[in-house]
Design a protein around this ligand. Structure first.
Ligand code: AMP
Length: 142
């Protein structure tokens, strides 16, 4: 299955936050939208980074500063691993495993068209296994 098909079902909404926002803003937005990551975009919409719940956890463990005083800019990851709508699920599973990440922004022709999380990958694999199991059971019983 390709990422395009997952995004067709899931939708293409990607939540974002500006680089000058605080980590307290990030935490509030993650909770508000029930997601684990936000992309960081410039004023012109250019994608410059990603910040996830893992980054918030790391920042919480460092008790020197309050989340309100820590900026996205200082805690985001800028060296991005990206996907394209034509990528298949297996490729993205490999990337997530290799880089130890659970979120992959999807770009089409340089334009952000969605976000794939590890939960989306598990869901798609589960559905495929259930389908295959169903067909095999019908085949065996017929
Ligand atoms: P995650 O497991 O996705 O919560 O993220 C683990 C770490 O990897 C965090 O420091 C994120 O900022 C970073 N990260 C998450 N997704 C990506 C990605 N697609 N490209 C680069 N870094 C990422």
């Amino acid at each position: 299955m390709m990422l395009r098909e997952i995004l067709q079902n899931k939708g293409r909404i990607v939540y974002s936050i500006p680089a000058h926002a605080s980590l307290a803003d990030v935490a509030a937005k993650l909770v508000e939208h029930n997601v684990g990551s936000l992309v960081v975009c410039e004023r012109d919409g250019r994608l410059v980074g990603i910040i996830t719940e893992r980054d918030i956890l790391r920042a919480c463990a460092d008790r020197h500063e309050r989340l309100e005083d820590k900026t996205v800019e200082r805690h985001m990851t800028t060296d991005l691993v990206l996907g394209s709508p034509q990528d298949d699920v297996e490729t993205i599973m490999g990337l997530m495993t290799e880089h130890r990440i659970r979120h992959v922004p999807v770009l089409d022709d340089g334009r952000l068209v969605g976000m794939i999380s590890i939960g989306d990958i598990v869901k798609s694999q589960y559905e495929q296994l259930t389908r295959e199991n169903h067909y095999l059971m019908s085949y065996i019983q017929s």
